[in-house]
Design a binder for this molecule. Structure first.
Ligand code: NAD
Ligand code: TYD
Length: 340
């Protein structure tokens, strides 16, 4: 099969490509990525010379470009990881989130309709369900939990999900959607909590914790997410949504302290800063559907997964130091200067 992976130079798409190039040598993977600040060709270095891999630079919003690519390549499967993905940036400037995360998705699906594909898969997020209370551990997000978004980011992702389901119902496009909880693992851009804490702790810099650090996220190793997507793409049912999560709820302070301890750094580095506006209190997924229907099970436990991840950042300093020393530096100063 020929598989188009959009956003494959980012965190999750990059890990997906690493795994699939190895595990499915019979398939050809073409990555389409516009290399925004979050896209990094160094992430794709391990697969660049693989015979079943190719990289194409381009923008999913560019209708003519996307159409020409589909006409030439005849893809069997399209998996869309491409997105603006950071909540804080969406609060600062929503526009690009609407353009990439909604319009980009319609451009991709129009090309799918025109040239024909076996499956369009949309990588979505638990954030479309909004927040859960932190004093009701019995409550989890199910696939039929109403959409109830908080940030421009989650609203753009929810809008895309609705559009994907509309293309299925109206045009019969064969689609699936996965909604996953927070990921951690190699190659994550250091604006996100876990790599931000690792990189700053290693430099003995302060760790910004929003509000009281009580917000809860449901952490899943990126490899578990990628294997779930692969299962859905191959065996999932058209028109269906699948929740992905590993029952790994931790509040932010617990996550930060775990990392500081593993790195032998003092908790005095923790610096409480002004909360994120509209900050969702708690996310927690019920993955029962993908477990029972497709036989998916996560392999990683948070305790060992976070240790592996910390080791990865220790052993790949060059990868993240290139980022931390570049454009991201001015973002950090801009984003955190008013939070003190
Ligand atoms: P990321 O920001 O690390 O990567 C996004 C990639 O998309 C980058 O390589 C970027 O260059 C590319 N891109 C952005 N705009 C583009 C455009 N217009 N055309 C082509 N390429 C473009 O994001 P991520 O964390 O890898 O997330 C991937 C997907 O998974 C996103 O759709 C996100 O909403 C979803 N998701 C992420 C998480 C998480 O914890 N990171 C959890 C659940 C779902
Ligand atoms: P993040 O990694 O941005 O993912 P998301 O907002 O999509 O869940 O943030 C994870 C949690 O960590 C979230 O509750 C916000 C919090 N956070 C901080 O406390 N400090 C930070 O500097 C960042 C980036 C996030």
């Amino acid at each position: 099969m020929k598989i188009l992976v959009t956003g494959g130079a980012g965190f999750i798409g990059g890990n997906y490509v690493h795994l699939m190039v190895k595990e499915h040598p019979e398939d050809t993977i073409v990555v389409l990525d516009s290399l925004t600040y979050a896209g990094n060709l160094e992430t794709l270095e391990p697969v660049m010379d693989a015979p079943n891999f190719r990289f194409v630079k381009g923008d999913i919003r560019d209708r003519d470009f996307v159409s020409a690519l589909f006409e030439k390549e005849h893809f069997d499967i399209v998996i869309n990881f491409a997105a603006e993905s950071h909540v804080d940036r969406s609060i600062e400037n929503p526009q690009i989130f609407l353009e990439t995360n909604i319009i980009g998705v319609s451009v991709l699906m129009d090309a799918c309709r025109k040239y024909g594909i076996k499956r369009y898969h949309q990588v979505s997020t638990d954030e479309v369900y909004g927040e859960l209370p932190s004093d009701r551990p019995d409550l989890l997000f199910h696939e039929d939990t109403p959409i109830h978004t908080s940030s421009p980011y989650s609203t753009s992702k929810a809008s895309a999900d609705l559009l994907v389901l509309a293309y299925h119902r109206t045009y019969g496009l064969p689609v699936t959607i996965s909604r996953c909880s927070n990921n951690y693992g190699p190659y994550q851009f250091p604006e996100k909590l876990i790599p931000l804490v690792i990189s700053r702790a290693l430099a003995d810099e302060s760790i910004p914790v929003y509000g009281e650090g009580k917000n809860v996220r449901d952490w899943l190793h990126v490899y578990d997410h990628c294997h779930a997507i692969d299962l859905i793409v191959r065996n999932g049912k058209d028109g269906e949504v699948y929740n992905i999560g590993g029952h790994n709820e931790r509040n932010n302070l617990e996550v930060v302290k775990t990392i500081l301890k593993a790195l032998g750094r003092s908790e005095d580095l923790i610096h409480y800063v002004k909360d994120r506006p509209g900050h969702d209190l708690r996310y927690a997924m019920d993955p029962e559907k993908i477990e029972t229907e497709l036989g998916w099970k996560p392999e990683y436990h948070f305790e060992s997964g976070i240790k592996d991840t910390i080791d990865w950042y220790l052993n790949h300093k060059e990868w993240w130091q290139h980022i931390v020393n570049g454009e991201y530096q001015s973002y950090y100063e801009r984003m955190y200067k008013d939070r003190k």
